[in-house]
Design a protein around this ligand. Sequence first.
Ligand code: AMP
Length: 299
Amino acid sequence: MSVLIVGSTALDSIKTPKTENPRLLGGSASHAAIAASFFSPVKLVGVVGDDFPKRYIQLYKRHRIDREGLQILPGKTFHWSGEYEVNMNNRRTLLTELGVFETFVPTLPNLHQKSQFVLLANIAPSLQQHVLNQMQRPKFVAADTMDLWLNIALPDLLKLIKRLDAFILNDSEAHQLTREDNVFAALKKIHKLGPKYVIIKKGSHGSILSGPRGFFICPAYPLHTIVDPTGAGDSFVGGLMGYLATAQGSIDENIRRAMIYGSVVASFCCEGFGVMRTTRITKAQIEQRVKELSRLTRF
Ligand code: AMP
């Protein structure tokens, strides 16, 4: 089964203490779509301007990502720029130029509306809802968000959360949403907002799932060097959704393993700028890291 992924499709200019790289392929939907493509077919929904490099379209193509829902409009592609500190857990946004993203209305082609697995990657919650309104009986809907929407669009976000099967956010966002310092207390509060599954991402410390079968602590793959963590969270959810869409059996049976696969794809993402490393992963390398994680956590 394929996964429908809507989110930002961007050009990212990224500065790390060691180097900087302008106008890389970025955006929540790009990272998530490439990650998901290792497991299942992907339908991408987003918008880019006429300045969007052809080689990035080729990259989507190489990953067999369906681009019927990708609008190419006159104007500039969404441009985001961020700078990392020596401790790469800390990042600040230098620039956000919305470009064609400012007036983006995600309209789904007919076939897209029948998708069973839907990932509403980071984008304004009103747009995430707009996509959800067009879906015909999806089986599993997951959404990610960012601090910006908690600050400027909380009522929209709360309306969206009510309609989700799974809500995925990072630990600082969970704290901001619930005012809870304790992650387990925060998970409990977020369940009360609607979703059956809540996943809190903790960067290099992995992630925690709370669902009908209780908690699951998912490790991050131990990396010695991080080149650029941009998009790791998106790669995690993308990998997770791609795995879920192809796995046999129920969501409950598969979601833990799906998180492990998501975590492994995210680890590759951190090893290169933008999607440079992710686009070069082989299936065998993914399986190798999954095995290693299994060995590292068995006792
Ligand atoms: P992450 O590292 O998982 O937080 O995701 C980084 C990605 O989010 C980058 O590729 C950016 O292009 C994208 N991004 C940054 N700001 C926004 C925004 N306001 N809306 C949607 N996507 C964004």
